[in-house]
Structure formats: structure tokens, C-alpha cells
Design a protein around this ligand. Sequence first.
Ligand code: ADP
Length: 357
Amino acid sequence: NKDNQMKESFTAQKRKLGPRRGFSTKFVSPLLANMENEKSSQNSELRGSSQNEEVDERLKNIEPRMVELIRSEIMDIQQKLTWDDIAGLHSAKRAVQEAVVWPLLRPDIFKGLRRPPKGILLFGPPGTGKTLIGKCIASQSKSTFFSISASSITSKWIGDGEKMVRALFAVARCHQPAVIFIDEVDSLLSQRNETEHESSRRIKTEFLVQLDGATTESEDRILVVGATNRPQELDEAARRRFTKRLYIPLPDYEARLDLLQRLLSKERNIMNGNDFDEIARKSEGFSGADLRNLCSEAALEPIRSVDCRKLDQIDITEVRPVAVDDFFKSFTVVRASVSSKDLDQYIEWDKTYGSGS
Ligand code: ADP
């Protein structure tokens, strides 16, 4: 039947729902997705377990296929992540620990005046570690992590988006403590305009209702983490719900140095302290994701210097180590992805609406 078909096609798809929206990202109907693909064993395990479970009271008004989808596609199998895995961002990390991680771990202490915010907003340029922080909050507070891109709710789920939002919060309530990470939250909670579709208006209203529900039910241990590269698009209603708003800036010199050393530690290299220092200086304005691209590009150089006729036979130990010159080449192709004009806007928004950290 239709439901089963839909379920099958989704589980056969990529595990993560909703890739980041890009300029040319096209909407691909889940029903048209290739149904031939093999299902991942993880997914079938998850499906199996949920079939055997008794239906939770909190899920009784939710369509079972949506519960399954959320469990298999949006709920993340916990991967361990520590604060040390995130380079730089010291004050943001400290603020997040105090504001939300400790309270999730010790709800008995953090009540009354110490009650934590139920929603925090991480804003700043793309590729600076907002998703990493979201994952780390979940990992460190021993919470279940739900991750969804808001643009997928509004595009992929058109028609069903509202129900999906309700289902998401209901499933999260069954897996407390829970962290719901919503990427590109601006596309869900942007300022209303005349051209807004009726369906996206309903999704937005439902989301605000759920967010408020999570806030008033003080027993619930659900934290909503919103991430956005376009904070200026959020309206007043959205800002009010995300009481803590943290700026996640581009990495400074120290953070870039740290990140470069980490990335290169996994690759054979002959770079010394001065080399790292030089690259960290030269990469001012790069995001963490840009730095990663820079390193990947540099790491390909030794391979490019191998005669391609020998590539299929060569032993990995014969490939020369990465050297600083490879980075000089890499700098000619990889550029900073954030403009200084964009940066000014973040700083301005932070001054007006940010929580400081
Ligand atoms: P966004 O801010 O867009 O959510 P992500 O957290 O997804 O960015 O970061 C994208 C990638 O860039 C990460 O997977 C990681 O490899 C790298 N990265 C970005 N910032 C950091 C950081 N502060 N520490 C470690 N890695 C980082």
C-alpha cells in the first residue's frame, strides 16, 4: 500500500533527511526515489525495534509511519563527541555547558530561577561548528539527538509538514532527555510576508505551539537548538522563543592553528611549527569548513605528483608526505567562503540581539 511504499522509499534513501539547501538544490520526491537500493541494517534494526514496542501514550494521535520515519531518519545514533573535538569557540562552549548541558544532566538542581532556556539559537557564518555544538550538547548531556533541516520540513513535507513537526516533538518526548537540532531555522521561522504559503504558515504556527509546549511543560527535558546563517530573517516571535542567542564566529588564529594541526595529524606530513603558523595566518577569514577543504586539497597534491599509470599499484608508503608547498597550491583554489560584508551583518545582529558569551 501507499504508506508502505513511502516508508520503503525513505529508508532506501540517504540516512539524513534534508540536505542543506543550496542555490540549485532540487526537490526530489521521496516516492520517486530509487527503491532498489539496499536498506541499511541500522535502519531495519530500528524499524524492527519500534514494531515490537508497545505504542506509547504520547504517540497515540501520531501516524505510525511518521514515528517510524523520525526514528529511522531524524533520530541520530549517538556518536560520542567531546568539547575538545571542537576547535576554538571557548566562550560559546562554556556558555552552552552552563546554560543547557548541566541543566539537562541535573534537572533537580536547575529549577525555579535556575531553570534553563528551552530554546537556544546558534547563529553565524556557515561551516563554523554550529552542528558540531548541537551534537556535542546531545552527547555530553546523554540526550537523544534529533537533527533536521528546516528547509526539508517546508519543501519535502509540503502537505505533511505540520504533522511531521508534531510527530517530531512527540517522539522526542518519548526519548527524553532530548535535543532537537533544527538547521536553517530561519526558513521555518522567517518574518511573515504576503507571498507565504498557507501550508508554511501552518507549519510555522505548529512549530511555535510545540516550542511553547516544550517550554511550559516543565517536566519535559527537551532542548531545541536552532541554527542559522541568516539570523536577520528571524522575526520577533522566533527571537522571543530562543532566549539564549549565541554568536558562533569564524575561527581566530589559535583556533585555525588547532584545527589545521588536528586535520593534518591524520595524514603523513613533514610540516613544522613555522609552517603551521604561516598557514594559520594566511587563512584568516576561513571558516572551519573552508579549512577542511584547504587541507583536503593540499592532501591531494602528493597523489597528483604520482604518475597516474602507477597509481593502481603504488604502495601507500611510497606516496610522499604532505608539505607546506602543497598548501600554497591549495590556497590558489580554496578561498574563504564568507564575505566581510556578511560578517559585519552578524556582528551587528549580535550587538542587537545576541546574548554575549
Ligand atoms: P555549521 O556551522 O554550518 O553547522 P558544521 O558544524 O556542520 O558547520 O561544520 C562543518 C565542518 O567543518 C565540520 O564537520 C568540521 O569538519 C568543520 N568544523 C567547522 N568548525 C569547526 C570547529 N570549530 N572545530 C572543529 N571542526 C570544525
